[in-house]
Design a protein around this ligand. Structure first.
Ligand code: BES
Ligand code: MN
Ligand code: ZN
Length: 497
């Protein structure tokens, strides 16, 4: 169920909701609305918090007895941390804490906006709180026979602020619901998301969203000379699809921003088979494609002025008698040939065709998102994405967008001296780097060979596409990572040329 946000100038004591959520700074410094709770405890709120061990750290929550005070049925406090470190990211985390603790309530109200200093724009704050509530409240319960969806349907931001603040909250909810769609797709078992089914889910999401959706089947993919997509898909009985989504708002001038996402619905490694444990998470190998499709679904409603085209090659990488073999050679859309030495380096093979198509379409810039290499996780761990590219302005735009939305990305180089590592004896390129060191970089260098002179950035999300434990507003499982960065990039994009 989706959450509706409201903005109201009502005081905390008058809020007629199931649960009232009041902030407390670290050191148990009471935030706005706490007077009501303090009254209910006859002036004993701080002592009550102390006896419960509640300090006011970000993420902490505690139910507080309200008695007959106020119009709310129940009350809780949540930690805001130190006043000096309050930020949009802290507000997202607080939103998550409120939505998680309040997940049994139908309606909730909070005074959190009045705790933010003047230096934080109230509209941006409302957006951040809404993001935290929706993202933090997310659970994937499709296959849990005993779980039911949270009844939480309405969250009221007290303190007022009117239409602009409401617009911020509504924007935050929209962006976060798109992110949750990407999470749902990543969490879906591979059995239930063949390329065909995935493409249908994309069409269903995008219907009525102001975009044109084209789904190419295997024959059309072949005719588009996408030898990489065909080659990777050929081991699976479940045929490939290629989804192209065009957002061209009236009045948009100039060439498009192209977004490309890796959509491997299951990566067994193919004949270069993965280990059992290496395969466990590989239903999420389509997270890049999900992020791109989710992004395309909100551009019209956010009023984005930039033309944007999304590209999502969807395949399954399986071993079989028809599978591509180590040593086979593929021909990509731009005519380049590739010797496939390891069938588990399949992401770059499908991306190569999609990148070449985006360049052919005359993109102003291309940004690809892919769960591409384990090596990127070795370099940056599982919470930080690697950022590479051939154009400083575009890379800076991606970095800045990611920083603004609170997604961690870090630059990695594309050293020309490593290009020799992907030279093949018999074809133009090979799909693995000699020696194996610097695997995130050789994968990036491989992709670079398919964008021509188009400004391009590559985000390797192998790590942060999936969370092994709950943290802040990111529950365990598929994270929808990069969706919010791509949306922010589309909103702020400037042609780098
Ligand atoms: N999908 C994997 C990368 C991956 C690994 C994502 C772990 C998330 C978690 C990718 O297709 C892959 O298998 N890459 C290989 C490349 C190698 C064979 C050159 C890798 O990283 O081991
Ligand atoms: Mn692989
Ligand atoms: Zn893969």
């Amino acid at each position: 169920m989706s959450i509706v946000f409201r903005v109201s100038a009502t005081s905390a004591s008058r809020a007629r909701v199931d649960l009232l959520a009041v902030p407390v700074f670290s050191g148990r410094l009471l935030g706005p609305g706490a007077e009501l709770l303090d009254e209910a405890l006859s002036g004993g709120l701080v002592a009550f918090l102390a006896s419960a061990g509640f300090e006011g750290k970000v993420g902490e929550t505690l139910m507080v007895p309200l008695g007959d005070s106020g119009a709310a049925k129940a009350a809780m406090v949540f930690g805001l941390g130190a006043e000096s470190s309050l930020s949009l990211e802290v507000l997202r985390k607080c939103g998550a804490a409120i939505a998680k603790r309040g997940s049994k309530a139908k309606s909730l109200a909070t005074t959190i906006l009045d705790a933010a200093p003047e230096s934080i724009d109230r509209t941006a704050a409302a957006q951040a709180v809404a993001e935290g509530c929706v993202l933090g409240g997310y659970r994937y319960i499709e296959h849990k026979t005993k779980s039911t969806a949270s009844p939480l349907g309405v969250i009221t931001l007290l303190g007022g602020g009117g239409a602009r603040v409401l617009a911020g909250a509504t924007r935050g909810a929209l962006i976060s619901e798109a992110t949750c769609w990407a999470r749902d797709l990543a969490n879906t078992p591979a059995a239930d998301k063949s390329p065909e089914v995935f493409a249908k889910a994309a069409q269903a999401l995008l219907r009525g969203k102001g975009v044109r959706v084209q789904v190419l089947g295997p024959e059309e993919i072949r005719r588009a000379r996408m030898g990489g997509v065909i080659g990777v898909a050929q081991g699976s009985p479940r045929k490939p699809r290629f989804v192209k989504i065009t957002y061209a708002p009236t009045g948009a001038r100039g060439p498009a921003l192209a977004l490309v996402g890796k959509g491997v619905v299951f990566d067994s490694g193919g004949l270069s088979l993965k280990t059992a444990s290496g395969m466990e998470a590989m239903k999420t190998d389509m997270s890049g494609a999900a992020a791109v499709i989710a992004t395309m679904s909100v551009l019209r409603d956010l009023g984005v002025k930039q033309k944007v085209i999304g590209y999502a090659p969807l395949v399954e990488n399986m071993p079989s008698g028809t599978a591509i073999r180590p040593g086979d050679v593929l021909k990509h859309r731009n005519g380049k040939t590739v010797e496939v030495l390891n069938t588990d380096a399949e992401g770059r093979l499908i991306l190569a065709d999609a990148l070449a198509l985006a360049a052919d379409d005359g993109a102003a810039a291309i940004v690809d998102v892919a769960t591409l290499t384990g090596a990127c996780m070795v370099a940056l761990g599982d919470k930080i994405a690697g950022l590479m590219g051939n154009n400083d302005s575009l890379r800076d735009q991606v970095q800045a967008a990611a920083d603004r939305v609170g997604e961690s990305v870090w630059p990695l180089p594309l050293p020309a001296e490593y290009k020799a590592l992907i030279e093949s004896e018999i074809a133009d390129l090979k799909n693995t780097g000699t020696g194996g060191y610097g695997g995130a970089l050789t994968a990036g260098l491989f992709l670079e060979a398919f964008v021509g002179s188009t400004p391009w950035a590559h985000i390797d999300i192998a790590g942060p596409s999936r969370a092994s434990a709950d943290s802040g507003y990111t529950p365990r499982g598929g994270t929808g990572f990069a969706t919010r960065t791509l949306i922010e990039l589309a909103r702020s994009f400037k042609n780098p040329k």
